[in-house]
Design a protein around this ligand. Structure first.
Ligand code: GUN
Ligand code: ZN
Length: 372
């Protein structure tokens, strides 16, 4: 990976970086759309690329279940499998310890999942997670971490943080033995819940391994409420490595994270909310299912460059089809992904042009000042 800081804001910790991976350049800060099952729901890879998106996320746990490693090896990886020629990041499966906690048992060796399809148990170890991510061939791969919900308290939080450090070491060894470090970049994931002392210990341990990791993620968050944790982690991480806030996706949270020094984020929110009929705009979210849109002939946002708005598909039309015809969900999904990309793109422009605080003020005034 080539990673270069291009510009920094002089009043916040926001920065613009250029990250060059095996499948091209991605400018940071960036929002990564989530393609859990090797597809952004409703869109082809070609459509996603035509929106200007250069980095998406797949999930190791899900791709290992279906299609599995064998077909991925046969076609030469997930890029080929999904017809995606730009950059790809895979999450390790660690998050499924929380999202599928009813089906998992955790040991020092790894996470034992029972298949939601067959009930059959499968062990996911740090080494296996890395091996699967090698078969997937993602440009950025994540360590397997021991994740607890941000609501968890007590000794389990410390245990999960310490285990995440031990699992990072196993991931590093396995990755470095593979000889793939030139094409696939391993990221560590800082854990420790909402406890500043645990976060500090995790930061120290993981920063000490800096020569063996290409970047860092901040994990264990579940939305935007834990700004103190993000601030502490972003400040404690080295400035010559990208910083990735996992699972952050509301525009207002993205911008606060960027101001705190975060470079990357991902979330299912913009694509999921589209399927429920909500279009994101700079004047706040627009619930297209509401009857007030039934006769509105204007597009979601007349200034928006997305294919949906450029084709002048009306709010009325979208109101009519959004939750009953898949084409409606696809149209709003494309709009929402362009919106997220614009929030981050405007942030990059503002940082470079030394007016990032102004952009923040304008964004928040518009986003919360109007009724959508
Ligand atoms: N996605 C959102 N949060 C997390 C996390 O803490 N770990 C992993 N692996 N994925 C996540
Ligand atoms: Zn649009």
């Amino acid at each position: 990976m080539q990673f270069e800081v291009i510009a920094t804001c002089n009043t916040t910790r926001a920065r613009v970086c250029r990250m060059k991976l095996a499948h091209g350049v991605t400018m940071l800060p960036t929002f990564m759309p989530v393609a859990t099952q090797a597809a952004i729901k409703g869109l082809t890879s070609e459509q996603v690329e035509s929106l200007g998106i250069t980095l998406i996320l797949n999930n190791t746990y899900h791709l290992n279940l279906r299609p599995g490693v064998k077909p991925l090896d046969e076609v030469g990886g997930a890029h080929q499998f999904q017809g995606w020629s730009r950059n790809l990041l895979t999450d390790s499966g660690g998050f499924q310890l929380v999202s599928l906690s009813k089906f998992t048992q955790i040991t020092e060796e790894g996470a034992l999942f029972s298949s939601p399809f067959t009930g059959e148990p499968t062990m996911l170890t740090p080494e296996q997670s890395i091996s699967i991510q090698h078969s997937i061939g993602a440009d950025i791969i994540m360590q397997l971490d021991d994740v607890v919900s941000s609501l968890t308290v007590g000794p389990r939080v410390a245990e999960a943080m310490e285990r995440s450090v031990r699992w990072l070491d196993r991931c590093i060894v396995h990755h470095e033995q593979s000889g793939r470090q030139d094409r696939q970049n391993l990221f560590a994931i800082v854990q420790g819940g909402l406890d500043p002392d645990l976060r500090e210990r995790c930061l120290q341990a993981m920063v000490a391994r800096k020569d063996h990791v290409a970047g860092y993620a901040i994990g264990g968050l579940s939305g935007g409420e834990e700004k103190g944790t993000i601030k502490q982690c972003a400040e404690g991480l080295p400035s010559d490595r990208p910083r990735y806030a996992m699972g952050i996706g509301f525009a207002e949270d993205l911008l606060v994270c960027v101001a705190l020094g975060v470079d990357m984020a991902d979330c299912v929110f913009p694509t999921r909310t589209a399927r429920f009929g909500v279009a994101l705009t700079f004047n706040g979210p627009l619930n297209l299912r509401l009857r007030k849109h039934a006769k509105a002939m204007e597009p979601i946002d007349e200034h928006c460059p997305c294919p949906t708005c450029r084709s002048e598909m009306s709010r009325a039309m979208l109101h009519h089809i959004v939750t009953i015809e898949t084409a409606g969900a696809h149209a709003v999904t494309q709009h929402n992904l362009v919106f997220q990309a614009q929030v981050m793109g405007y942030a990059r422009d503002a940082i470079i042009e030394e007016r990032f605080p102004d952009y923040l003020r304008t964004f928040f005034a518009n986003y919360f000042g109007n009724q959508g």
